[in-house]
Design a protein around this ligand. Structure first.
Ligand code: PMT
Length: 223
């Protein structure tokens, strides 16, 4: 029998949106369903990997054989990812992490006031960037959700965040990006070679992304 591709390898995969609390009944979030990250987790597990799935959603069934680590905020996700990062061989950041959160949060429900409300937002930590700073042997994969100039932004993220691969999706294209069961992605490698995939299911997209990772496995310091 053939040895599964990722046997003995540990993957840390993030999925879904983050939720940034305002008060006990309100939060800021985004349109990510978690489907892309869950598909990657499921396919990686089927290819023999140990998978830790750091998830901002609880509305999808957990893939078989995958360890789920539930998180809410970007700050939670940062801590969970950092906890498992050193034991990972591959880290895939498919989550849609909030870039901003309310600067002030309230322990009791905010009451209506006359007039408009202004909520000041502050930056969250950039998890992908932090991972790029501390990584040793890990193969680091980021996503880029763009509506325009995807190639420019994706290549910029590759360099600035010290990633080994960026998966770009043009989220303004029909059938690509948030919420649906399909995606259209372009994979940007560190050597700036690119692979453009046509519209396909998120499961099939996940498989192809994982195969691209395995192809680059032997390059550099990864073995
Ligand atoms: O969940 P689905 O409904 O299936 O949708 C899939 C998806 C569109 C969410 C997914 O394919 C995708 O593109 N995920 C990344 C979305 C995103 O936040 O992209 P970005 O360009 O804002 O961020 C770039 C990268 O930095 C991402 O890998 C992101 O996880 C990471 N990031 C961003 C902000 C932050 N504070 N920390 C991060 O690590």
């Amino acid at each position: 029998s053939v040895k599964p591709l990722f046997k003995g390898k540990t993957f840390v995969i993030t999925a879904g949106p983050t939720k940034e609390k305002i008060d006990p009944v309100r939060y800021f979030t985004n349109r990510s369903s978690g489907k892309m990250g869950y598909a990657l987790a499921e396919q990686a597990a089927q290819m023999g990997a140990e998978v830790i799935l750091v998830s901002g959603t609880d509305s999808l069934p957990p893939p078989k054989g995958v360890q789920i680590v539930p998180v809410e905020s970007a700050e939670d996700m940062f801590h969970s990812v950092m906890k498992y990062a050193s034991s990972a061989d591959v880290i895939i950041k498919s989550a849609a992490v909030a870039d901003y959160r309310p600067k002030q949060t309230f322990d009791s429900k905010m009451k209506k006031q006359p007039g408009n409300l202004i909520i000041e937002m502050e930056r969250t930590k950039d998890i992908l960037f932090e991972l790029g700073q501390i990584k040793k042997h890990q193969f680091l994969v980021g996503f880029a959700a763009e509506t325009n100039d995807m190639e420019t932004y994706a290549k910029d993220k590759l360099v600035r965040k010290n990633a080994d691969m960026i998966v770009g999706n043009n989220v303004s294209e029909k059938g690509a990006g948030f919420a649906g069961d399909t995606n259209i992605v372009t994979i940007f490698h560190k050597d700036f070679s690119t692979v453009s995939l046509p519209l396909m299911s998120k499961q099939e997209t996940a498989k192809r992304i994982l195969l691209e990772i395995s192809k680059k496995w032997g390059d550099d310091h990864h073995s």
